[in-house]
Design a protein around this ligand. Sequence first.
Ligand code: CP
Ligand code: NVA
Length: 334
Amino acid sequence: MAVNLKGRSFLKLLDFTPREIYYLLDLSKQLKEAKYAGVEQKPLAGKSVALLFQKDSTRTRCAFEVGAFDLGMHPVYLGPSGSQMGKKESIEDTAKVLGRMFDGIQFRGYKQADVEDLAKYSGVPVWNGLTDEFHPTQMLADIMTIQEAKGIRNVKGLKFVYFGDSRFNMANSYMVVCAKLGMHFVGCAPKDLWPNEKLLKECQAIAKENGGSVVMTDDPKTAAIGADAIATDVWVSMGEDPAVWGQRIKDLTPYQVTMDKIKQGKEDVIFLHCLPSFHDDKTDTAKDVIKQFGGTGELEVTDEVFNSRYSHVFEEAENRLHTIKAVMLATIRG
Ligand code: CP
Ligand code: NVA
């Protein structure tokens, strides 16, 4: 039977089969090719989408706005201070209102339960643009970037190594997507920063079914050996208390992605990062960190790796657009 995602919400990749994930990746590729060739249609003309953001965003917001425009839709941005949601109106009531006006809703916020509730009560497709727990649209962009870099469709069997805090949205989502697609995921972090046991076990079981594996290690010296892709994420995520910086720097400095680690990977290893990234001293946060703790502002990744030929971070950022378009198109039009 053909894949049909019409009416479905996109809340976490645990809800999707490998076939459905490949369907979205194939559609992303088609949409990218059509945009490059200048032959895009406006298949969702006349429709509107609400973009709800409780946290800041560059890539996700722009991908949804430009993507909506490319597909013929009207996007309405509701920022952290721009709506009644949460303050004077519950998620449930907000969902019921927005569901009457819009054909789809993007949500970026804190609790996974909130995006699940929006989907439950709105009656229209809801897309998770990042919660503390998961970042599923980012995963499609990352896998698409791997496919393009390696010139393959099937990513089964590839070794994906993630360095850094493994309890948050990025590590959780990488574990899930690698498990679903039969990849070999290695998460590398101090034991205190490992994912919750329940999700880890669930991903290990899914990986086994699909011919892959999910393992955690605290040894940064050997984790990257034979890697096809190496990724990391910021050491302090949105919504966390900045007071944790000192401890994180202490805990995670051995897990910084350096050229030594990259060189342990395969010849064609690539470096991925969802961005924004702390790899130099050019941001306010990096300047504060340098003032308090010293250093160069290179935190989760060195500037050398970030700007090297191994780094595909800007292709990855661009692919947010094509993959998010695929998610909106597949779930609204089918
Ligand atoms: N990668 C990502 O989600 O970036 P933004 O926070 O800029 O949306
Ligand atoms: N873990 C990061 C990802 C940003 C895209 C955060 O939640 O801030």
